[in-house]
Design a protein around this ligand. Structure first.
Ligand code: AHR
Length: 627
């Protein structure tokens, strides 16, 4: 049931899971702004993140004359007026290095004269790593080196200097740790995701699928093929906060380089050992931000449908097909075994959107060619409004005529702890004919949850409320076939949305209590034991599953302030020789509602003797594995 929802929000991809350390590496950044609903503007700012080390002797300009690639036509022209002139990159919060770690550095250059280009990471004025490249006079050439750091460093400066005065053009700088997973993904983050043992990965969003405008939507076809030919796009999350937050922050420059595109997302699924669930747009830009859409009778609408069909061919088609051939040429002749497709993100029906008709058309066209493909529908942005009720009415009506109409309905809820605790029964009375995908959920604390950089909104109590709710999902796992917390990643100081499951900066990352909850449910999965009478009233919640190896696994969530007891006798377990592993997730009294340090909340494991009754401390989650 438990999977991952990945969206490029909070600098989760560029500046996050993408191992690339250089910001605006191809000089294509747009500054984005919004004056209100449906009013967006972009302004080219190709030098964003770059500056001269000394502007008296170094001048940076942007050119698009005879570019390396027309798809990303802008590049840097650097004029060194004196020997040693150079420039630097912001690299988000600067470059973080680890002692003895290797880094792969590359760039393209074309020079008017031979010169020596020094690329270095500086700690103040001191070069920590440094390499001289002999750049020859001539057209675009790629230069590469692998360098090892002999020290740890935080917030270093990525600097490039010319030995002699002169003019050199540069494009596509790159610096990545050599230990990046598949050469693509930041290791600590990728490993945290893999440790979750997810069943699926939903990508690339979220509202990013839709865009603030249709132009800024996610165009998957532009994200495959050679990386330098993937055109930069701005992000829907570049303008999320600008109505609320007057000062110009980094969000306004939040873009998508597509260095990680759909091919790489599929590779990530293989690395994680989970099923891919790509989501495609249906010709509607983000309904929270605009009314922009493609009309159903506009020939362009057909392109959206074709995008969905071609995506399936890209993932699964033979190497003789156009899109399967492209996949093969990128290095993956075997299919990616895509079984599911999300049709729209959290769209809802209204007079403008005509979403129901869009879904109907997509479903028919997909199933005409791929009858086995599982289409994921949506109940809209919440589980309480008229949008949700109407969506379910529509899906039920259509499903009565066509059992393949929807495989599961994606429900989203960002709700407070009381809601999660008191709605443990939410799915008990759902009719069982149409499956549910709890595709985005998280506990939002009413008084401390903001949408910006609020690490403090990831409290232990919020995670415990989620755990209480997840026992209800587990109990209803015949119906709720998939579930994923949202959002997943957030770069500290760069978030447009809180809370998030994992926070990180350039040097390190940490798992929140919500991560531990997700992981404890995910790694302790099994078939729900129907005979088990769960406790699911008030402040104490339990559920029981049978794992593939025959173990019985109980989860007990105590959100109350007194100790509780679970009676195991109802499970008809024979006590002799039983080995019992207990994992407890709890926080100290002072850390329940505000965590001073992330490592204060992490699961503690122990082996105990089998007993018929197990105590569960106040404010804790206990997982009991009986072998
Ligand atoms: O998870 C953040 C956002 O919440 C998603 O982009 C969107 O689907 C929902 O509104």
């Amino acid at each position: 049931m438990i999977g991952i929802f990945f969206e490029d929000i909070n600098y989760g991809l560029d500046g996050g899971l993408n191992a690339q350390l250089i910001e605006n590496r191809n000089f294509e950044t747009l500054k984005c702004d919004s004056e209100g609903f449906g009013q967006f503007s972009t302004e080219f700012d190709g030098l964003y993140g770059w500056k001269a080390l000394d502007d008296k002797i170094g001048v940076l300009t942007i050119s698009d004359d005879k570019p390396l690639t027309v798809k990303n036509p802008h590049y840097l022209v650097f004029e060194a007026k004196a020997s040693g002139a150079g420039f630097s990159n912001k690299a988000y919060d600067g470059i973080y290095l680890k002692k003895n770690a290797k880094y792969d550095i590359s760039f393209y250059a074309k020079a008017e004269e031979d010169n020596t280009v020094t690329v270095a990471v500086l700690d103040g004025d001191k070069a920590v790593i440094c390499h001289d490249f002999d750049v020859k006079k001539g057209d675009w050439t790629e230069y590469k080196a692998s360098l090892t750091s002999d020290t740890d460093l935080s917030k270093g400066t990525f600097a490039v200097c010319l030995k002699d005065s002169g003019c050199i053009s540069f494009d596509f700088f790159s610096m990545k740790p050599a230990d990046s997973v598949l050469g693509l993904f930041r290791k600590d983050l990728a490993e945290l995701l893999r440790d979750l043992k997810p069943e699926f990965l939903r990508f690339p969003g979220g509202c990013v699928v839709e865009g603030s405008t249709l132009e800024s939507r996610y165009w998957w076809k532009r994200t495959v093929g050679p990386v330098i030919d993937r055109p930069y796009n701005w992000s829907r999350w570049a303008v999320h906060t600008s109505w609320l937050e007057p000062e110009v922050g980094p969000y306004h420059y939040y873009g998508q380089t597509y260095e990680i595109g759909f091919y790489e997302y599929f590779l990530l699924c293989e690395y994680l050992g989970c099923k891919p669930l790509p989501v495609v747009g249906v010709g509607l830009a983000c309904q929270f931000q605009t009314l922009e859409k493609v009309d159903l009778d506009d020939p362009v609408f057909e392109e959206y449908i074709q995008d969905a069909l071609d995506l399936i061919e890209f993932a699964n088609g033979s190497v003789d097909t156009v899109w399967g051939g492209l996949r093969a040429s990128m290095g993956h002749p075997q299919p990616f075994n895509m079984e599911m497709i999300g049709v729209g993100n959290e769209q809802w029906e209204d007079e403008n959107s005509q979403f129901f008709e869009r879904y109907r058309i997509f479903e028919k066209r997909i199933h005409d060619v791929y009858p086995e493909m599982k289409c994921i529908g949506t109940a809209g942005p919440d589980v309480s409004s008229d949008k949700y009720t109407r969506a379910w009415e529509f899906i039920r009506e259509e499903s009565a005529k066509n059992s393949n109409f929807v495989y599961a309905v994606d429900e989203h809820y960002y709700v407070n702890p009381d809601w999660l605790i008191s709605n443990n029964h939410f799915y008990d009375d759902y009719s069982r004919d149409i499956k549910v995908f709890a595709g985005e959920y998280a506990c939002h604390l009413p008084d401390s949850c903001g949408r910006f950089n609020r690490e403090d909104s990831n409290t232990f109590y919020a995670a415990l409320a989620e755990a209480a709710f997840v026992t209800g999902l587990e109990r209803n796992s015949d119906l709720v076939v998939m579930a994923s917390y949202a959002p997943l990643l957030s770069r500290i100081g760069y978030s447009q949305w809180s809370p998030n499951m994992i926070w990180f900066d350039g040097g390190s990352s940490y798992a929140t209590p919500s991560y531990h909850v997700q992981k404890l449910f995910s790694i302790n999965k099994g078939e729900y034991i129907k005979e088990y009478k769960p406790l699911n009233e008030g402040t104490f919640f339990t559920s029981a599953v049978k794992a593939a190896d025959g173990s019985v696994i109980l989860k007990a969530v105590n959100v109350g302030d007194k100790e509780e007891t679970i009676d195991l006798t109802g499970l008809n377990l024979v006590a002799d020789d039983r080995k019992v592993k207990v994992t407890v997730l709890a926080a100290g009294k002072d850390d329940v509602n505000s965590i001073s340090s992330p490592d204060k909340v992490s699961p503690v494991e122990s082996e105990v003797e089998f007993k018929d009754a197990v105590k569960v401390a106040p404010l804790s989650l206990k997982v009991i594995v009986i072998k």
